[in-house]
Design a protein around this ligand. Structure first.
Ligand SMILES: Nc1ncnc2c1ncn2[C@@H]1O[C@H](COP(=O)(O)OP(=O)(O)OP(=O)(O)O)[C@@H](O)[C@H]1O
Ligand SMILES: [Mg+2]
Length: 269
């Protein structure tokens, strides 16, 4: 588990910092500019959500922070350290699940705990709790190929929640979940975030989900991704996700975000 200093961040630096970052890919048709001079900071214990049209470059930004894509220009740092490979204390939940096919549900979740160096006696309790939370207890010994898409997503989420890294990069983590599980997961993520003070950078196409979870929502343009708006969400915490939806302030935030998304293709889940 992360130490208190790791949770606070070194020297008060933002947990995540992007300064004028551009990323492009080499393709058959030449260089494709995907991220165009993006600057953003995620503070300690801050929950920041990215929204923007499909294909604009959101996953690319997360991958760059995780050290999986190199920035063409600009600087990315995590806890004040320049990123030039996967940083420590960072957890990544990919848009496509990356479960290990030769491990069971339990085994896939345990990988996170092994990485965090949790002794095996404690792992057993933690895994049992997570399996209950994720409604996967019955399938603890199933292999990924025997699960539905939503179940696989829940296992990926379990792997990350087990590890509880100081920085969580989450790429549409609830995208494939049914409404009920999504509500439970949202509540659980907020509970963990509120008690453990992690920094979260979260991508979604669900504007209501963005407002319900975030301290700030950053809206991106179509590719190449540029920040077109920033919305600070001043709704009291802890938040009750169900009650929120009937709060006029909540509706005002979602409308304002829709407006700044502009008349590009409406984003859908
Ligand atoms: N490895 C790659 N090589 C070449 N082009 C890529 C690669 N990965 C992504 N792209 C291109 O970069 C652009 C942005 O992709 P990215 O996955 O970052 O978008 P996104 O905003 O996450 O979209 P979505 O909301 O659909 O997940 C797209 O045009 C995509 O085709
Ligand atoms: Mg994506």
């Amino acid at each position: 588990m992360a130490s208190r200093d790791e949770i606070r961040g070194a020297g008060g630096a933002p947990r995540i910092l992007l300064d004028n970052v551009s990323v492009s890919y080499a393709t058959q048709r030449g260089r494709l500019l995907v991220v165009d001079r993006v600057s953003l900071a995620v503070d300690r214990a801050e929950f920041v959500v990215l929204v923007g049209p499909s294909g604009c470059g959101k996953s690319t930004i997360l991958r760059a922070i995780a050290g999986l894509n190199a920035a063409e220009s600009g600087i990315i740092s995590v806890d004040g350290k320049k990123v030039d490979g996967p940083p420590e204390h960072i957890g990544f939940m990919f848009q496509r699940d990356t479960l290990l096919p030769w491990l069971t549900v339990r085994g896939n979740i345990e990988v996170g705990l092994e990485l965090a160096g949790v002794p095996s006696a404690q792992r057993t309790t933690r895994i049992a709790d997570l399996l209950t939370l994720l409604r996967l207890s019955e399938f603890h010994d199933a292999y990924p190929a025997q699960l539905s898409g939503g179940m696989r997503h829940r296992v990926s989420l379990g792997r990350m929640l087990a590890y509880q890294p100081a920085v969580m990069l989450m790429d549409e983590p609830f995208g494939a979940l049914d409404f009920q599980t999504k509500a439970v997961m949202g509540r659980e993520l907020l509970r963990i975030w509120e008690t453990e003070r992690r920094s979260i950078l979260f991508v979604t196409h669900d504007i209501e989900e963005a407002v319900a979870l975030a301290d700030r929502v950053l809206v991106f343009s179509p590719r190449p991704a540029r920040i077109v708006a920033e919305h600070r969400i001043d709704l009291a915490r802890p938040r009750n996700l169900q009650q929120l939806r009937t709060d006029p302030a909540f509706t005002a935030y979602t409308s304002a975000i829709w407006e700044t998304l502009g008349d590009g293709e409406p984003v859908s889940a």
